[in-house]
Design a protein around this ligand. Structure first.
Ligand code: NDP
Length: 295
């Protein structure tokens, strides 16, 4: 060990799947003393050769460092792995993808066991980890004090974004962004299906589609946010009456092209409901409120 190694915060990492292994390598490369545990020990062998200490049990791994990072498959595997481990005095940072409610329950669970808790939602895939230019980051929520204390160590693999004391907020931000991503994927899949079977090169079509989506999504996101914040939903340029009037063109085109409307029809139905509920002058911002189930 070098003198530099001694100055870096020791880290314990539970979970050496694709993501855990990528995280581990960055802490090793940055000189953090790293203890790892994985249910299937063979997955730790390469890291051992790179300088990680491999613990034989969760208890041994948790005892090795105050900062214990968990990156397992799901909340159930976190419960299984940590069941019976002594978490007293540990700083538990859970990067496992969960629901907000699971994160809040896990925070209470950890605190009952004498640990401080921080939840994380990873906005990166393994090849982005350790590459700052790739733009990956982790949403953190829970104890701000804990986040500030470990900010430097947590920033080693990817960037950090603290989003509040509520332990569920990291998961909520994570799921919200990924849900929007799936909506965009759905739109792009439908667009490619429309041109499939025609003499249109999908590779030539791709930049047209990508540029259009990029041009539309930014103003839509900003305009919706401003409307929700101010309560002024007026959108006279692209109001719902105009948009609903256009939907038969989209549905008929899908039919003509032999494409299932299953991805776009639900949004059109929501627009129709919005028009009936709020009138022609409102734009798509009012649809956000229609989605929220009351009570
Ligand atoms: P992997 O499937 O590669 O690895 C899963 C890990 O969980 C392995 O270490 C596995 O151990 C362990 N595990 C599963 N079940 C149990 C259990 N019952 N008890 C103990 N350990 C268990 O997943 P990733 O590493 O890719 O993902 C880890 C987390 O990171 C997930 O929550 C995922 O959503 C999140 N994430 C992943 C991203 C990605 O692109 N990979 C992107 C963003 C977030 P074993 O080796 O023994 O099977």
């Amino acid at each position: 060990m070098t003198a530099n190694t001694h100055r870096k915060t020791p880290v314990t990492l539970l979970g050496l799947g694709a993501m855990g292994t990528a995280l581990a390598r960055t802490w090793l490369a940055a000189g953090h003393p790293l203890t790892v545990w994985n249910r299937t020990p063979a997955r730790a062998e390469a890291l051992a050769a790179e300088g990680a200490k491999v613990a034989d049990s969760v208890a041994e791994a948790v005892a090795a460092s105050t900062l214990v990072v968990v990156c397992l498959l799901d909340d159930a595997s976190v419960g299984t792995a940590l069941d019976g481990a002594d978490l007293t005095g540990r700083d538990l940072v859970n990067l496992t993808t969960t629901t907000p409610a699971q994160a809040r329950a896990r925070a209470a669970w950890a605190e009952e066991r004498g640990a401080r808790y921080l939840d994380g939602g990873i906005m990166a895939v393994p090849p982005m980890v350790g590459i700052p230019e790739a733009g990956g980051y982790v949403f953190y929520s829970g104890s701000r004090e804990l986040f500030e204390l470990h900010r430097e160590s947590l920033a080693v693999p990817v960037g950090t974004a603290y989003v509040g004391e509520d332990a569920g907020f990291a998961a909520l931000h994570d799921v919200a962004l990924l849900s929007a991503m799936y909506g965009m994927f759905a739109g792009a899949s439908h667009a490619f299906a429309l041109i499939r079977g025609e003499d249109i090169d999908p590779v030539a079509f791709a930049p047209l589609l990508g540029d259009w989506v990029r041009a539309m999504v930014g103003p839509m996101v900003d305009g919706t946010a401003r409307g929700l914040a101010s309560g002024a939903y007026d959108d006279s340029e692209s109001n719902l009456a105009m948009q609903v009037a256009g939907t038969p063109t989209f549905l008929t085109t899908a039919e003509e092209q032999g494409v299932s409307p299953e991805l776009i029809r639900p949004y059109f139905e929501l627009m129709r409901r919005g028009l009936a509920a709020s009138g022609a002058g409102e734009g798509t911002t009012s649809l956000v409120d229609l989605l929220v189930r009351k009570g």
